[in-house]
Design a protein around this ligand. Structure first.
Ligand SMILES: *[C@@H]1O[C@H](CO)[C@@H](O)[C@H](O)[C@H]1NC(C)=O
Ligand SMILES: *[C@@H]1O[C@H](CO)[C@@H](O)[C@H](O)[C@H]1NC(C)=O
Length: 229
């Protein structure tokens, strides 16, 4: 490769990546799954966006303390979970896709599905599935999904894995994460701002430290706001 090519190559790669980002059309609905039975946009709520990979141990470990914080703050918090399948987890895309399939069948069960994946994720790690065909892995995932949505949905779940729409929805989730600069999981944004230490689980104390000042537990809300500026 000549020197000129070497200089131009990074530019070319950047351009191609940017093009693929623009090539995705805007989805008809905001990506992600809302925790609890709530509208996606409550203007008074503190919005947490969590990018999670169903087969990522750090995502799994971050879930209980986050749930505890949600319980503590109640309606002050709004959680939106975005699936973000990491490329080095072989079964991240299929399990993320399963979340979209469940969401279509029964949106109240989507995050229970995520919880079951967290509980059972070890059977879907790279090593134990190394010798399995894609079809065998999908079979294994369908069994887990049916545990959550019920046996009567088995046919719909299976056809969900052949439905291009669920494939596209999962790609949208991934691309949305990329467009926000996500490069690991779990990755959190609060009111649109990225939290430091992205990619690490945050414990309950950590969440209290982040959210308490925002809800003005100790001081007047406005005062706090200026303090942080
Ligand atoms: C949807 O999921 C919720 C929560 O798991 C469950 O209570 C409800 O019965 C389910 N609805 C149907 C139609 O299966
Ligand atoms: C996968 O198959 C190879 C060759 O048959 C075998 O040596 C290996 O132990 C298998 N790995 C697992 C995780 O089952």
């Amino acid at each position: 490769m000549n020197t000129k090519m070497q200089t131009l190559l990074p530019l070319l790669v950047l351009t191609l990546c940017a093009q693929s980002l623009h090539a995705i059309s805007i989805p008809p609905k905001f990506d992600g799954f809302v925790y609890g039975n709530r509208p996606a946009f409550d203007p008074d709520a503190i919005i947490i966006e969590a990018f999670m990979d169903p087969v990522c141990p750090d995502s799994r470990d971050s879930w209980p303390p986050l749930k505890r914080a949600l319980h503590h703050y109640g309606s002050r918090l709004l959680l939106i979970v975005h699936p973000f399948p990491l490329p080095y987890h072989d079964n991240a895309f299929v399990t993320s896709r399963a979340l979209h399939i469940v969401d279509k069948l029964n949106a109240s069960a989507t995050l229970s599905m995520l919880e079951l994946f967290f509980e059972q994720q070890e059977q879907l790690y790279n090593q134990p599935t190394h010798n399995l065909s894609r079809a065998a892995v999908v079979d294994q995932v369908v069994k887990l999904v049916v545990n959550v949505v019920g046996n009567s949905f088995e046919t719909s779940v299976r056809s969900g894995f052949n439905d291009r729409k669920t494939d596209l929805a999962t790609r949208v989730s991934f691309k949305y994460g990329c467009s926000r600069g996500v490069y690991g999981t779990p990755f959190f944004f609060v009111n649109g701002f990225v939290l430091p230490d992205a990619g690490d689980a945050i414990d309950y104390k950590g969440w209290r430290k982040i959210i308490d000042p925002l809800v003005g537990v100790h001081k007047h809300k406005e005062e706090n706001y200026h303090f942080f500026l």
